[in-house]
Design a protein around this ligand. Sequence first.
Ligand code: NAD
Length: 263
Amino acid sequence: MTSELRGQVAIVTGSTSGIGLGLAEALAAAGVNIVLNGLGDAAAIEATRAGLAARHGVEVRYHGADMTRPAEIAGLVASTTAAFGRLDILVNNAGIQHVSPVEDFPLDAWDRIIAINLSSVFHASRAAIPAMKAAGRGRIVNIASAHALVASPFKSAYVAAKHGVAGFTKSAALELATSGVTVNAICPGYVKTPLVEAQIADQARTRGISEEAVMRDVILAAQPTKQFVTVEQLAGLLLYLCAGAGASVNGAILSVDGGWTAA
Ligand code: NAD
């Protein structure tokens, strides 16, 4: 299924860390050329870029577009199509979190979460769609969250943004349905990445309980399997959606959450 992806080109936003980096690795292993994006130390990013390219024998570039800046997001897509002459896969993955009661929620944290977690999905898709439509084929995969379907307290901006991503996914999928371009959302439960590790500390502070209690009673309490979701499990679904076998999956909000949203 994955050999058919060889030679394709993918942008993965927020791929210097966590889920995005793991998804970029899985696409590269399937022979897909990659454009990495995200924040971080320049030398560490260059080491990641070079390592991916060497391990998988694909071309890997990096573009530092800030996902709060629409012009930079458009530049990320334009530089990719200019360099490779094609764009087959867009994974909208960049995301941040802030945990706070609504009445104390810092205004800049609200604005950054809406910009990075929701608006960047629109801006990147808007820029990518013309090339995909012209090619008659494309895949847009939005990394949403179980919080696209259900809520938790103290995460109002994140939950609002991720519900927005689900709505955007369905609307864009309907628009593009006859074009060969599919738009879907993957909704992970908890994956142990730097984003979740930071939340363990934040939640402990906000709730006034220990980090061990947050892991046991808050995070894995929501996940019926009592297991963290792995990046490899998310990558398996991404590769399926990108393959020809996934062509009829369109506008789907796909849970990979150990049963969390079945409750
Ligand atoms: P992470 O913190 O490990 O990685 C986030 C990535 O986004 C990093 O590469 C970071 O540099 C990038 N980023 C942040 N701000 C950016 C900006 N302004 N411009 C460009 N890039 C920026 O987080 P993660 O856990 O890997 O999360 C990735 C995605 O998965 C997010 O959308 C998150 O909401 C979603 N998600 C994560 C979990 C989880 O449990 N980890 C669960 C459900 C959904």
